[in-house]
Design a protein around this ligand. Structure first.
Ligand code: GLA
Length: 390
């Protein structure tokens, strides 16, 4: 059950009061995201099409005057952090506290008095659904509002991204933070990550009798971050060899031919680049379908093609994720694909609204045959971006 905004605000404020013996000055929320299509395009200057989840992280916050940053999380009881704002440095504190600390570090000059922060949330962690962006964006918005900082949405995205890249050391692109800040209810966010151009594309699949089903497979792999870094590096290498700054500048797979120089390395770079170039085209195709009067079922095969490209060209899927996609398709899903950074996490399937339970049951059965626990599933209603709750 997802609490409504009023309940979520009350619970976070109560937890703050219980922990710190005072009321917070406000409560802010930021959502996780699922990307409809456009995976591993963001750091190549390409297109993405995320929706915000109804799941959020809430930050209850109050200002201090002793220069300390005091952090507590309802999800990590006993794992509080307390550090002087002037002493913050990348990697310290680590763990969950690194995300809010990274935000405050990025704004340190504007937060001399310090802050007390309690976070509470329900974005599934380690599921490729951007729980970390929800955390950093909720705190960034809170700091902006409480201290009346002159930061627009793009500046907030930048602060949250710097927290993750520079403080936590996670080499993400800009997809997750942009989705968390910019998405609006009832829409997918069509974002051009090269110039920031954006469009809110209406996404009312329920009206067409459809649903977007998220299945968290419960797999995460240790090499996820290393694998992500490798892919980024390979994309940069491919761009260099093609003489472009970003793979986004290539809009035809035929232009990738020079990468195939007969070496194994060349073959790998060709695959990586082919994923990015075809994925950008898939985003444009899905957006064109959603903008027009075409039956949205038509995006199903495009999602599945996106999965095949991530599996075969980008090579970031894992067997259980492939099993999940195959079982969903065999049970009647119109399309299915892995989402997020790869090497585990969640699968997104486009299904008939009445078929979500059947698809979940079919995947659960296949997982049981592999001795794997049932996936956690939910239907996504495109929800609001970061906001103040109280
Ligand atoms: C992770 C990163 C994003 C993006 C996706 C893949 O979620 O944080 O920036 O690169 O992987 O699309």
């Amino acid at each position: 059950m997802i609490p409504d905004d009023a309940d979520a605000a009350r619970t976070a404020a109560e937890a703050f009061a219980q922990r710190f013996g005072q009321q917070p000055e406000g409560v802010w929320a930021a959502p996780g995201r699922v990307n409809v299509i456009g995976e591993h395009t963001d750091y190549n200057g390409g297109f993405v099409l995320p929706v915000a989840l109804p799941h959020t992280t809430r930050a209850a916050v109050a200002r201090r005057d002793d220069g300390l940053l005091v952090l507590a999380s309802a999800q990590h009881p006993g794992d509080d952090a307390e550090v002087a704002v002037v002493d913050l440095e990348p990697g310290r504190p680590g763990g969950w506290a690194g995300y809010p600390a990274g935000v405050v570090h990025a704004l340190a000059e504007q937060v001399p008095g310090g802050l007390t922060v309690l976070v509470d949330g329900n974005v599934p962690a380690g599921a490729g659904l951007s729980s970390s962006a929800a955390l950093s964006c909720s705190v960034a918005l809170a700091v902006r509002d409480l201290l009346d900082l002159d930061l627009d949405g793009d500046a907030l995205i930048d602060v949250a991204r710097r927290a993750e890249n520079d403080f936590v050391g996670a080499p993400t692109g800009v997809l997750d933070q942009s989705a968390s800040v910019l998405c609006t209810a009832g829409h997918a966010l069509f974002l051009d990550t090269r110039d920031g151009a954006r469009e809110q594309v209406p996404l009312d699949l329920a009206a067409a009798g459809l649903a977007l089903l998220v299945m968290d497979t419960g797999t995460t792999h240790d090499h996820a971050e290393g694998g992500y870094r490798d892919r980024r590096r390979e994309c940069e290498q491919a761009a260099r060899r093609l003489g472009v700054e970003l793979l986004r500048e290539v809009d035809d797979v035929a232009a990738l031919a020079p990468l195939a120089d007969g070496t194994e390395d060349g073959e790998v770079l060709l695959r990586r680049a082919r994923h990015v170039v075809t994925e950008d085209a898939r985003v444009l195709e899905v957006v064109a379908t959603l903008r027009g009067d075409a039956d949205p079922r038509a995006i199903g095969p495009v999602l599945t093609a996106g999965h095949e490209s991530l599996r075969d060209d980008f090579q970031i899927s894992v067997p259980l994720i492939d099993v999940c996609v195959e079982a969903a398709l065999a049970a009647g899903a119109h399309g299915a694909r892995m989402v997020g950074g790869g090497f585990g996490g969640s699968v997104l399937a486009l299904v008939e609204a009445g078929a979500a339970d059947d698809v979940t049951a079919a995947v659960t059965e296949r997982f049981a045959a592999e001795q794997h626990p049932a996936p956690r599933t939910f239907v996504v209603v495109p929800s609001a971006g970061a906001r103040r709750l109280a």
